[in-house]
Structure formats: C-alpha cells, structure tokens
Write a protein that binds this ligand. Structure first.
Ligand code: FAD
Length: 317
C-alpha cells in the first residue's frame, strides 16, 4: 500500500522506524529481533537504508597501492522483501543516486516492482569518503530531483529504452528527505526549500526529515514549507541520544544543533545508564509535543537500538 494512502486513513499519529542492512556476511536475525521487539507498536512502515560502495587501498609488497571497492552493507532490496512478506509491514527501500547509473536504477526499480514494494525513499547520497564533493556516476543522477524524474517516468510507463513495446507502468509512492536545519551544502534555507519544492513538483509524495532535537526546528520548517506551497505530509525523523560521544558525532555527521538543556544533562550524567535515561526522557517529551501537534507519523532512526526506542514508545502509545 502507498504510504500516503495509508496515512490518510489514520486519525492518530503512527510510528515507523529505519534500520540498516546487516554488515556483509552477517545474518538477517538482528533485523528480525529489532522488528520483533517493536512490532507490538504496529509500525506503519520500515525504512531500509542503502549504503554505497566504499574504497580502500591495499598495499602490495612492491609498494604499489591497489584501489578496492566494497559494499559493506548490501542487501537493501532483499531485506525489504523479507520484511514485507514475513511481517506484512510495508518496507521502504532507500534508493540513492550515488554509485548508480540510470540503467542500474531502472533495474533496481524493476526488481522492487516485481517484489510488490510500493514505496521508495529517493535520495542523493553523501560524497564517498575519499571525495570532497558528491560526484554522480557518468550516466547517473546528480540530484534527487533527477532520480525522481526517472521514477515518475517509470510510473508513466516510460523506460530508458523508448522502443520497448507496451511497457508496464510502475506505481511507486515516492518519499524524499527534508532538512529542518538546512542541508549542509545549501547556502541558505530559502535555496534548500526551492529544491525541496522541485522534488515535490517532480513527483515526490511525502517528506521524511533529518533528525532534530529541538521541535522548534521542525515546526518552523513545516511552516516555511507550507508558505512555499509544499502541501505533502512531512514526517519528523527522530533519534534517541544514548552516549556522551554522540554530542560531538551527531552534529559533525548530520549538521544539527543539540539544545543546551539536553547536552548539559547528558554531560552531567554519571553513568552510561544515566545518559540513556536522559536521552529517553528527552525523546518522550519531544514525541509528546509532536503528537499534540498531530504530526502524521513519528519516524525513529532505530538502526540497531530497539531498546531505547521501545522505552519511548511504551510511554507515548
Ligand atoms: P538533494 O535533494 O539532491 O539535495 C542535495 C543538495 O543539493 C541540497 O543542498 C540541495 O539544496 C541542493 N540541490 C538539490 N537540487 C539541486 C539543483 N537542481 N541544483 C542545485 N542544487 C540542488 N544517505 C545514504 O547514502 N543512504 C541512505 O539510506 C540515506 N538515507 C537518508 C534518509 C533520510 C530521511 C535523510 C534525511 C538522509 C538520508 N541519507 C542517506 C543522507 C542523504 O543522502 C544526504 O543528506 C545527501 O547529502 C543529500 O540527499 P538529498 O536526497 O537530500 O539530496
């Protein structure tokens, strides 16, 4: 079922989560145990991230360096199908521009269509570690709006090979990312919103936000989106802080602010358990305020940490 159709039928705020595929070579059991421990809260959908290749250099005895490419977390499409058919929960694969040619994207979409996956989250992806800026594949997409154009084309039965006879149209519901504190490359919020609006005009149906710890950023973002004429659902993305280290890691990777009150409380916490408790209490308050504002869904960046998400969900649902 399309997420936007499902959300229309819900009177109350629902919950969803995001997980990572396991590292290459590991089994799917860790994913199942995360889902098993949270399924009593009826996840509306489960997102599965996509991880592009990484490059490493292997030094040979003669001193020459060999560049090796490896995908450490393959399996997004397979896991989505496993989740959908094991749990009867909508699984949403992330689809990225980075590392994909247009033909590879088309083939991935064909697989997803055959598997009965109805929703995809379209993203650009970050630059790989050895590059300062994002570089698309020679025959790939530079921006998410271009990727959405390709998915929308397929939804209209238009494939890359225009000579296909009677091509089957897909019917994907398309989600995109939004940044309450601005995407780090955008010169300002106005510019970022212009391109967010372009993604909607190209065919995106809903927005999931980057994580934030101050609800004001989300509420201001929604107001600005509405003022720009963006009317699609805007699902807040949430994460629970569980370690003191995250006070520096999260702002560095995700370009977000951690409110003073939260960072002070985490720094003052004397034990690891006390840190987690601060994160959980903050998460409960954030969620309650968002639910009071009637957000459509609370989307948790659960990744491998179901326990803290569960502690929050137990208090709010
Ligand atoms: P875009 O929408 O393409 O925007 C990228 C930047 O370019 C922005 O600054 C925007 O303002 C600007 N821009 C957009 N269009 C244009 C244009 N036409 N001309 C000029 N500038 C333009 N990454 C992964 O690798 N895998 C994942 O699974 C993943 N999941 C994510 C899930 C969520 C909910 C979020 C919020 C992020 C996720 N990311 C993931 C990270 C994401 O790929 C990065 O944040 C990436 O840097 C931007 O992706 P985007 O889709 O927002 O890009």
């Amino acid at each position: 079922m399309k997420l936007t159709d499902f959300l229309k039928t819900q009177k109350e705020t629902v919950f969803s989560m995001e997980i990572l595929p396991p590292l290459k070579g590991q089994g799917v059991e860790s994913i199942y145990s995360t889902i098993d421990s949270l399924k009593e809260f009826n996840p509306a959908f489960i997102d599965v991230t996509y991880h592009r290749e990484e490059f490493t250099f292997k030094k040979h005895p003669n001193g020459l360096l060999e560049k090796k490419s490896t995908k450490k977390r393959p399996g997004t499409v397979g896991i989505c199908a496993a989740i959908k058919y094991k749990y009867d929960i909508e699984a949403v694969p992330h689809l990225i521009c980075g590392g994909f040619s247009k033909e590879e994207t088309e083939n991935a979409l064909i697989d997803l269509n055959f598997l009965g996956i109805d929703n995809v989250l379209a993203l650009r992806g970050d630059p790989i570690k050895s590059e300062r800026a994002f570089n698309p594949e020679p025959d790939g997409h530079a921006y998410t709006s271009d990727l959405i154009g390709q998915i929308t084309d397929m939804n209209n039965g238009v494939y890359i090979d225009e000579e296909l006879s009677n091509p089957n149209p897909s019917d994907f519901c398309i989600g995109v990312a939004g940044y309450p504190e601005k995407h780090f490359e955008a010169p300002n919020m106005k510019s970022d919103l212009k391109y967010l609006k372009q993604k909607i005009e190209m065919g995106a149906d809903y927005i999931v936000t980057q994580m934030f710890f101050n609800n004001k950023h989300y509420f201001d973002f929604v107001d600005r989106c509405r003022a720009e004429g963006i009317t699609v659902p805007i699902i807040p993305g949430l994460k629970t802080i569980t370690t003191q280290k995250q006070l520096s890691v999260l702002p560095r990777y995700f370009h977000l602010e951690i409110p003073e009150e939260l960072s002070d409380a985490i720094e003052d916490a004397k034990t690891k358990e006390a840190v987690k408790q601060v994160g959980i209490e903050w998460g409960i308050q954030q969620a309650k305020e968002l639910m009071a504002a009637k957000v459509p869904c609370l989307h948790y960046y659960t990744m491998g940490r179901a326990k803290t998400t569960k502690a929050i969900l137990e208090k709010i649902f």
